[in-house]
Design a protein around this ligand. Structure first.
Ligand SMILES: [Zn+2]
Length: 276
């Protein structure tokens, strides 16, 4: 029986439902999410320019959408001179986390030092305010792990989304109150690293995510994609999470219901301050 037909409750730990590619389809995306058993959708901002759209989504869907604000490593160039104060001011007005923030060494520009400074400032803020933060990391696992493992355990908890770092680091990350989430990349049969991480992440430290509209799952032939982008690729959306959860269950030798219960409980604990 497919994992989305068993009345399970799921939690999307990381998405970008404010993305303009989803805007025309949002009512259907949310309806499909509810029908698939998604109880909560966490939406991450990416730059100051989309903070108001993210806030509007949470305001429009109380009890369903929760949110985080921050500057993604791809968009640091567009930040204002007052960006950090703007972030503080916004976080003082509503329940929210910090995200998406992080490091990316595949940017082909000369801004890596700036990128690290913007990341560290937001990470420090998350420690100071005891708010959960959501992290991106691509090809920068050495500096990322060095920074994270030098910290004391995070007071609220961190989430590394689409984790593709080394499996050996997972117990040390867990000891720092750092969690990892799995999404579409786990469904790619050639992704041996994600599968190893899925099998080895300690209980209580894994979540599930759509990263909508990016990183779509590779769907089996009997599940047609709901939305396709201009480039012909499937757009990811929260309704695919039960399918990812089923794969995670197989890799951990357990039932989808056990994965749904564990991942949802972990998300509720990590994002407790965001849940209103
Ligand atoms: Zn993301």
């Amino acid at each position: 029986m497919p994992a989305d037909s068993q009345n399970l409750t799921w939690f999307d730990a990381h998405s970008h439902l404010q993305d303009p590619r989803l805007a025309p389809h949002l009512p259907q995306v949310l309806a499909r999410a509810r029908a698939a058993g998604l109880a909560r959708l966490h939406v991450d901002a990416t730059c100051e320019a989309d903070w108001s759209a993210v806030a509007a989504l949470a305001d429009a869907h109380p009890g369903l959408v929760i949110c985080s604000f921050g500057i993604h490593p791809w968009f640091i160039q567009g930040r204002s001179a007052r960006w950090l104060q703007n972030l503080r001011d916004l976080l003082a007005t509503r329940p929210a986390g910090i995200g998406e923030i992080g490091l990316d060494a595949r940017m082909d520009d000369s801004l890596d030092a700036d990128r690290e400074a913007v990341f560290r400032a937001q990470l420090d803020l998350s420690c100071e305010l005891a708010l959960p933060a959501s992290l991106h990391c691509r090809d920068a696992w050495n500096p990322m792990l060095q920074i994270l493992l030098a910290l004391p355990p995070h007071p609220a908890g961190l989430l590394i989304h689409a984790y593709s770092g080394p499996a050996d680091a997972l117990p040390d990350l867990a000891a720092k109150n750092i969690h990892i989430s799995f999404g579409g990349t786990l469904t790619r049969p050639q992704n041996a690293r994600a599968r190893e991480n899925a099998a080895r992440v300690p209980p209580g430290h894994f979540l599930l995510e759509s990263d909508a509209p990016d990183l779509p799952p590779t769907l089996p032939g009997d599940i047609p994609p709901h939305l396709v982008g201009d480039d012909g690729k499937t757009l990811s959306e929260p309704a695919y999470i039960p399918y990812v959860g089923q794969i995670l269950a197989d890799l951990r030798n357990t039932a989808p219901g056990d994965i749904a219960a564990q991942a949802t409980a972990t998300a509720r604990r990590l994002f407790a301050k965001l849940l209103t």
